[in-house]
Design a protein around this ligand. Structure first.
Ligand SMILES: [Fe+2]
Ligand SMILES: [Fe+2]
Length: 365
Protein backbone atom coordinates (compact mmCIF):
# COMPACT_ATOMS: atom_id res chain seq x y z
CA UNK A 1 0.00 0.00 0.00
CA UNK A 2 1.40 3.40 -1.01
CA UNK A 3 1.48 6.09 1.63
CA UNK A 4 0.45 9.43 0.15
CA UNK A 5 0.60 12.83 1.82
CA UNK A 6 -1.89 15.31 0.44
CA UNK A 7 -0.88 18.92 0.84
CA UNK A 8 -3.54 21.42 -0.22
CA UNK A 9 -3.36 25.18 -0.49
CA UNK A 10 -3.66 28.08 -2.90
CA UNK A 11 0.12 28.16 -3.43
CA UNK A 12 -0.02 31.75 -4.59
CA UNK A 13 2.89 31.32 -5.00
CA UNK A 14 4.53 28.02 -3.97
CA UNK A 15 7.37 29.04 -1.62
CA UNK A 16 10.26 27.53 0.31
CA UNK A 17 8.25 26.67 3.41
CA UNK A 18 5.77 24.69 1.30
CA UNK A 19 8.68 22.67 0.00
CA UNK A 20 10.07 22.30 3.51
CA UNK A 21 6.73 20.97 4.78
CA UNK A 22 6.47 18.49 1.89
CA UNK A 23 10.04 17.38 2.52
CA UNK A 24 9.56 16.96 6.26
CA UNK A 25 6.32 15.02 5.82
CA UNK A 26 7.93 12.76 3.23
CA UNK A 27 10.80 11.82 5.51
CA UNK A 28 9.18 11.76 8.94
CA UNK A 29 6.00 9.96 7.88
CA UNK A 30 7.84 7.58 5.53
CA UNK A 31 5.59 8.61 2.67
CA UNK A 32 5.97 7.26 -0.84
CA UNK A 33 4.68 10.45 -2.40
CA UNK A 34 3.45 13.92 -1.54
CA UNK A 35 0.67 15.29 -3.71
CA UNK A 36 0.52 19.05 -3.98
CA UNK A 37 -3.15 19.91 -4.35
CA UNK A 38 -3.75 23.50 -5.46
CA UNK A 39 -7.19 24.67 -4.42
CA UNK A 40 -9.43 27.07 -6.28
CA UNK A 41 -8.96 30.71 -5.44
CA UNK A 42 -11.69 32.15 -3.31
CA UNK A 43 -13.86 34.02 -5.85
CA UNK A 44 -14.71 36.56 -3.16
CA UNK A 45 -11.08 37.47 -2.69
CA UNK A 46 -10.67 40.70 -4.61
CA UNK A 47 -6.91 40.77 -4.73
CA UNK A 48 -5.42 40.20 -8.14
CA UNK A 49 -3.23 37.15 -8.06
CA UNK A 50 -1.73 34.43 -10.19
CA UNK A 51 -4.08 32.48 -12.45
CA UNK A 52 -4.69 28.75 -11.92
CA UNK A 53 -2.35 27.94 -14.77
CA UNK A 54 0.37 30.22 -13.41
CA UNK A 55 0.13 28.65 -9.94
CA UNK A 56 0.43 25.22 -11.53
CA UNK A 57 3.38 26.31 -13.67
CA UNK A 58 5.20 27.71 -10.64
CA UNK A 59 4.70 24.50 -8.64
CA UNK A 60 5.90 22.40 -11.57
CA UNK A 61 9.06 24.47 -11.94
CA UNK A 62 10.17 23.32 -8.50
CA UNK A 63 8.75 19.84 -8.06
CA UNK A 64 10.25 18.45 -11.22
CA UNK A 65 13.44 18.04 -9.20
CA UNK A 66 11.68 15.69 -6.76
CA UNK A 67 10.45 12.37 -8.11
CA UNK A 68 8.21 11.83 -5.07
CA UNK A 69 6.32 15.13 -5.28
CA UNK A 70 3.39 15.18 -7.70
CA UNK A 71 0.96 17.86 -8.61
CA UNK A 72 -2.68 16.89 -8.41
CA UNK A 73 -5.08 19.23 -10.21
CA UNK A 74 -8.31 17.49 -9.15
CA UNK A 75 -9.74 20.51 -7.34
CA UNK A 76 -8.60 22.99 -9.98
CA UNK A 77 -10.21 21.09 -12.82
CA UNK A 78 -13.42 20.13 -11.10
CA UNK A 79 -16.37 22.20 -12.26
CA UNK A 80 -17.90 22.93 -8.87
CA UNK A 81 -16.21 24.27 -5.77
CA UNK A 82 -14.89 21.20 -3.99
CA UNK A 83 -15.00 20.37 -0.31
CA UNK A 84 -12.05 18.41 1.03
CA UNK A 85 -14.37 15.49 1.84
CA UNK A 86 -15.37 15.22 -1.86
CA UNK A 87 -11.76 15.24 -2.95
CA UNK A 88 -10.80 12.58 -0.42
CA UNK A 89 -13.76 10.40 -1.38
CA UNK A 90 -12.68 10.69 -5.00
CA UNK A 91 -9.09 9.74 -4.18
CA UNK A 92 -10.13 6.77 -2.06
CA UNK A 93 -12.42 5.50 -4.79
CA UNK A 94 -9.86 5.91 -7.53
CA UNK A 95 -6.74 4.82 -5.64
CA UNK A 96 -7.88 1.86 -3.54
CA UNK A 97 -4.30 0.80 -2.81
CA UNK A 98 -3.23 4.12 -1.32
CA UNK A 99 -3.30 5.25 2.28
CA UNK A 100 -3.83 9.00 2.55
CA UNK A 101 -2.46 11.53 5.02
CA UNK A 102 -3.95 15.00 4.87
CA UNK A 103 -1.54 17.78 5.80
CA UNK A 104 -2.91 20.97 7.34
CA UNK A 105 -1.46 23.93 9.24
CA UNK A 106 -2.26 24.33 12.92
CA UNK A 107 -4.33 27.42 12.06
CA UNK A 108 -6.83 25.09 10.35
CA UNK A 109 -7.18 23.07 13.54
CA UNK A 110 -9.40 25.80 14.89
CA UNK A 111 -11.82 25.76 11.97
CA UNK A 112 -12.08 22.02 11.37
CA UNK A 113 -15.46 22.00 13.14
CA UNK A 114 -16.83 24.01 10.22
CA UNK A 115 -15.48 21.69 7.53
CA UNK A 116 -18.13 19.86 5.54
CA UNK A 117 -18.16 16.15 6.49
CA UNK A 118 -15.38 16.45 9.05
CA UNK A 119 -16.63 13.44 11.07
CA UNK A 120 -16.40 11.25 7.98
CA UNK A 121 -13.11 12.81 6.90
CA UNK A 122 -11.23 11.92 10.09
CA UNK A 123 -12.14 8.26 9.62
CA UNK A 124 -10.95 8.22 6.02
CA UNK A 125 -7.58 9.93 6.36
CA UNK A 126 -5.08 10.73 9.05
CA UNK A 127 -4.91 14.49 9.48
CA UNK A 128 -1.35 15.68 9.91
CA UNK A 129 -0.93 19.01 11.65
CA UNK A 130 2.04 21.20 10.92
CA UNK A 131 2.99 23.93 13.38
CA UNK A 132 2.23 27.50 12.39
CA UNK A 133 3.26 30.37 14.64
CA UNK A 134 0.51 31.68 16.93
CA UNK A 135 -1.69 28.58 16.56
CA UNK A 136 -1.10 26.07 19.34
CA UNK A 137 -1.87 22.43 18.70
CA UNK A 138 -3.96 21.80 21.79
CA UNK A 139 -4.25 18.21 22.97
CA UNK A 140 -7.98 18.56 23.04
CA UNK A 141 -8.29 19.52 19.38
CA UNK A 142 -5.60 17.08 18.27
CA UNK A 143 -7.39 14.15 19.87
CA UNK A 144 -10.87 15.33 18.90
CA UNK A 145 -9.91 15.06 15.22
CA UNK A 146 -7.50 12.12 15.69
CA UNK A 147 -4.67 14.26 14.34
CA UNK A 148 -1.01 13.41 14.16
CA UNK A 149 1.60 16.02 14.99
CA UNK A 150 4.32 16.93 12.51
CA UNK A 151 7.05 19.26 13.67
CA UNK A 152 8.56 21.24 10.80
CA UNK A 153 11.86 23.03 11.37
CA UNK A 154 12.42 25.86 10.91
CA UNK A 155 8.84 26.78 11.61
CA UNK A 156 9.13 30.11 9.83
CA UNK A 157 5.87 31.53 8.63
CA UNK A 158 6.51 32.93 5.18
CA UNK A 159 3.94 35.47 4.14
CA UNK A 160 2.65 34.82 0.63
CA UNK A 161 1.19 38.33 0.64
CA UNK A 162 4.69 39.75 1.17
CA UNK A 163 6.00 37.68 -1.73
CA UNK A 164 3.18 38.94 -3.90
CA UNK A 165 3.78 42.58 -3.03
CA UNK A 166 7.49 42.14 -3.67
CA UNK A 167 8.68 42.71 -0.12
CA UNK A 168 10.14 39.21 0.16
CA UNK A 169 11.93 37.69 -2.79
CA UNK A 170 14.41 35.26 -1.28
CA UNK A 171 11.89 32.72 0.00
CA UNK A 172 10.93 31.41 -3.41
CA UNK A 173 12.89 29.30 -5.84
CA UNK A 174 14.87 31.35 -8.34
CA UNK A 175 12.98 29.69 -11.21
CA UNK A 176 9.67 30.82 -9.70
CA UNK A 177 11.09 34.31 -9.23
CA UNK A 178 12.12 34.42 -12.90
CA UNK A 179 8.68 33.19 -13.89
CA UNK A 180 7.02 35.91 -11.80
CA UNK A 181 9.26 38.57 -13.33
CA UNK A 182 8.89 37.44 -16.92
CA UNK A 183 5.13 37.08 -16.72
CA UNK A 184 4.56 40.21 -14.64
CA UNK A 185 2.69 38.17 -12.03
CA UNK A 186 1.74 40.20 -8.96
CA UNK A 187 2.77 43.41 -10.78
CA UNK A 188 -0.41 45.11 -9.55
CA UNK A 189 0.41 44.25 -5.91
CA UNK A 190 3.99 45.38 -6.43
CA UNK A 191 3.01 48.70 -7.99
CA UNK A 192 0.45 49.28 -5.24
CA UNK A 193 3.06 48.61 -2.57
CA UNK A 194 5.13 51.51 -3.93
CA UNK A 195 2.68 53.90 -5.58
CA UNK A 196 -0.68 55.58 -5.14
CA UNK A 197 -3.68 54.64 -7.29
CA UNK A 198 -3.13 57.22 -10.04
CA UNK A 199 0.53 56.38 -10.49
CA UNK A 200 -0.27 52.67 -10.47
CA UNK A 201 -2.83 53.20 -13.21
CA UNK A 202 -0.34 55.29 -15.18
CA UNK A 203 2.24 52.47 -15.00
CA UNK A 204 -0.27 49.89 -16.18
CA UNK A 205 -1.26 52.16 -19.07
CA UNK A 206 2.35 52.80 -20.07
CA UNK A 207 2.98 49.04 -20.06
CA UNK A 208 0.05 48.50 -22.39
CA UNK A 209 1.04 51.37 -24.69
CA UNK A 210 4.65 50.17 -24.82
CA UNK A 211 3.50 46.67 -25.76
CA UNK A 212 1.27 48.12 -28.48
CA UNK A 213 4.13 50.13 -29.94
CA UNK A 214 6.46 47.13 -29.71
CA UNK A 215 4.04 44.97 -31.68
CA UNK A 216 3.70 47.78 -34.22
CA UNK A 217 7.48 47.92 -34.69
CA UNK A 218 8.10 44.19 -34.40
CA UNK A 219 10.01 44.57 -31.15
CA UNK A 220 9.72 42.33 -28.08
CA UNK A 221 6.25 43.16 -26.72
CA UNK A 222 6.77 41.32 -23.44
CA UNK A 223 9.93 43.28 -22.65
CA UNK A 224 8.16 46.50 -23.56
CA UNK A 225 5.27 45.54 -21.28
CA UNK A 226 7.61 44.82 -18.36
CA UNK A 227 9.64 48.01 -18.81
CA UNK A 228 6.52 50.15 -19.25
CA UNK A 229 4.74 48.63 -16.27
CA UNK A 230 7.65 49.16 -13.90
CA UNK A 231 9.14 52.38 -15.33
CA UNK A 232 7.83 54.55 -12.45
CA UNK A 233 7.91 51.85 -9.75
CA UNK A 234 10.01 53.99 -7.40
CA UNK A 235 8.74 57.40 -8.45
CA UNK A 236 7.04 58.05 -5.10
CA UNK A 237 9.88 56.95 -2.90
CA UNK A 238 11.07 59.81 -0.70
CA UNK A 239 14.20 61.70 -1.71
CA UNK A 240 15.88 60.30 1.37
CA UNK A 241 15.06 56.70 0.43
CA UNK A 242 16.26 57.25 -3.15
CA UNK A 243 19.45 58.89 -1.91
CA UNK A 244 20.24 55.92 0.31
CA UNK A 245 19.49 53.48 -2.49
CA UNK A 246 21.63 55.33 -5.04
CA UNK A 247 24.44 55.76 -2.53
CA UNK A 248 24.48 52.01 -2.15
CA UNK A 249 24.12 51.00 -5.80
CA UNK A 250 25.14 53.88 -8.09
CA UNK A 251 26.47 57.10 -6.51
CA UNK A 252 27.05 58.83 -9.86
CA UNK A 253 23.34 59.26 -10.47
CA UNK A 254 23.17 61.55 -7.43
CA UNK A 255 24.87 64.19 -9.62
CA UNK A 256 21.88 64.21 -11.96
CA UNK A 257 18.82 66.41 -11.31
CA UNK A 258 16.43 64.79 -8.81
CA UNK A 259 13.48 64.36 -11.25
CA UNK A 260 15.49 61.87 -13.31
CA UNK A 261 16.59 59.69 -10.39
CA UNK A 262 13.48 57.58 -10.22
CA UNK A 263 14.12 55.84 -13.54
CA UNK A 264 17.57 54.75 -12.42
CA UNK A 265 16.30 53.76 -8.99
CA UNK A 266 13.55 51.61 -10.52
CA UNK A 267 16.07 49.86 -12.80
CA UNK A 268 18.42 49.24 -9.87
CA UNK A 269 15.55 48.03 -7.67
CA UNK A 270 14.36 45.60 -10.32
CA UNK A 271 17.89 44.30 -10.75
CA UNK A 272 19.00 44.08 -7.13
CA UNK A 273 15.76 43.36 -5.34
CA UNK A 274 13.48 41.59 -7.83
CA UNK A 275 16.51 39.90 -9.37
CA UNK A 276 15.42 40.82 -12.87
CA UNK A 277 18.36 40.84 -15.21
CA UNK A 278 17.35 41.76 -18.74
CA UNK A 279 19.66 44.65 -19.64
CA UNK A 280 17.50 46.03 -22.43
CA UNK A 281 14.50 46.35 -20.10
CA UNK A 282 16.63 47.80 -17.31
CA UNK A 283 18.21 50.38 -19.62
CA UNK A 284 14.82 51.36 -21.04
CA UNK A 285 13.54 51.99 -17.52
CA UNK A 286 16.66 53.87 -16.43
CA UNK A 287 16.57 56.21 -19.44
CA UNK A 288 12.84 56.82 -19.64
CA UNK A 289 12.97 60.38 -18.29
CA UNK A 290 15.80 61.98 -20.22
CA UNK A 291 16.53 59.67 -23.08
CA UNK A 292 20.11 59.40 -24.31
CA UNK A 293 22.23 60.28 -27.31
CA UNK A 294 21.93 56.71 -28.55
CA UNK A 295 18.75 54.75 -27.99
CA UNK A 296 17.56 51.34 -29.07
CA UNK A 297 14.02 51.05 -30.49
CA UNK A 298 12.71 49.46 -27.26
CA UNK A 299 14.15 52.31 -25.20
CA UNK A 300 12.46 54.86 -27.44
CA UNK A 301 9.24 52.89 -27.24
CA UNK A 302 9.18 52.96 -23.44
CA UNK A 303 10.09 56.65 -23.27
CA UNK A 304 7.40 57.58 -25.78
CA UNK A 305 4.79 55.26 -24.25
CA UNK A 306 5.30 57.14 -20.99
CA UNK A 307 4.40 60.41 -22.73
CA UNK A 308 1.43 59.14 -24.77
CA UNK A 309 -0.24 56.59 -22.50
CA UNK A 310 -4.02 56.59 -22.67
CA UNK A 311 -4.65 58.90 -19.69
CA UNK A 312 -2.21 61.61 -20.84
CA UNK A 313 -3.91 64.77 -22.06
CA UNK A 314 -1.28 67.45 -22.73
CA UNK A 315 -2.04 69.60 -25.78
CA UNK A 316 0.69 67.88 -27.82
CA UNK A 317 -0.27 64.30 -26.95
CA UNK A 318 -2.41 63.55 -29.99
CA UNK A 319 0.27 64.69 -32.39
CA UNK A 320 2.96 62.79 -30.49
CA UNK A 321 0.78 59.65 -30.43
CA UNK A 322 0.35 59.85 -34.19
CA UNK A 323 4.07 60.33 -34.76
CA UNK A 324 5.01 57.54 -32.35
CA UNK A 325 3.19 55.06 -34.55
CA UNK A 326 4.74 56.52 -37.72
CA UNK A 327 8.42 56.87 -36.85
CA UNK A 328 10.11 56.56 -33.45
CA UNK A 329 12.96 58.93 -34.28
CA UNK A 330 10.68 61.64 -35.65
CA UNK A 331 8.44 61.26 -32.59
CA UNK A 332 11.32 61.57 -30.14
CA UNK A 333 12.70 64.62 -31.97
CA UNK A 334 9.26 66.20 -31.79
CA UNK A 335 9.14 65.48 -28.06
CA UNK A 336 12.58 67.06 -27.56
CA UNK A 337 11.35 70.22 -29.33
CA UNK A 338 8.33 70.38 -27.04
CA UNK A 339 10.56 69.90 -24.02
CA UNK A 340 12.96 72.61 -25.16
CA UNK A 341 10.10 75.02 -25.75
CA UNK A 342 8.74 74.32 -22.27
CA UNK A 343 12.06 74.82 -20.56
CA UNK A 344 12.61 78.11 -22.36
CA UNK A 345 9.08 79.29 -21.59
CA UNK A 346 9.58 78.53 -17.94
CA UNK A 347 12.97 80.25 -18.10
CA UNK A 348 14.62 77.09 -16.82
CA UNK A 349 18.24 76.57 -17.81
CA UNK A 350 18.85 73.95 -20.48
CA UNK A 351 21.26 71.62 -18.76
CA UNK A 352 24.23 70.11 -20.52
CA UNK A 353 22.78 66.64 -20.64
CA UNK A 354 19.62 67.88 -22.33
CA UNK A 355 21.61 69.92 -24.84
CA UNK A 356 23.89 67.01 -25.70
CA UNK A 357 20.91 64.75 -26.30
CA UNK A 358 19.08 67.47 -28.23
CA UNK A 359 22.11 68.10 -30.48
CA UNK A 360 22.71 64.41 -31.08
CA UNK A 361 19.12 63.84 -32.17
CA UNK A 362 18.81 66.92 -34.35
CA UNK A 363 21.44 65.35 -36.59
CA UNK A 364 19.53 62.09 -36.96
CA UNK A 365 16.89 61.32 -39.50
FE1 LIG B 1 8.91 58.59 -14.88
FE1 LIG C 1 5.77 57.76 -16.15
Amino acid sequence: MKRIGIFGGTFDPFHNQHLNIANTAYHKLSLDEVWILPTKQNPLKDSVSASDQQRVDMINLVIKNYSWIKLNDYELTSKQPTYTINTINYFIENYPNHKFFFIIGSDNLYTLNKWQGIEQLINLVKIIVVNRPHYRKTLELMSKYKCQNLVVRPSSDISSAKIRNGEIINQIDIKINDYINNNLIYSYERLKANLDNNRTEHCINVGKMAAKLAIHYNEDANKALIAGTYHDLCKQWSKNKMTKYLTKYNKEILQEPFPVWHGYVAALYLKNHYQYHDDLVLHAIAKHTTGATEMKPLELIVLLADKISIERNHYYVEELRKLAFQDLTVAFKYYLEILKKHLLEQKKPLNNKFLTIYEAWSNKN
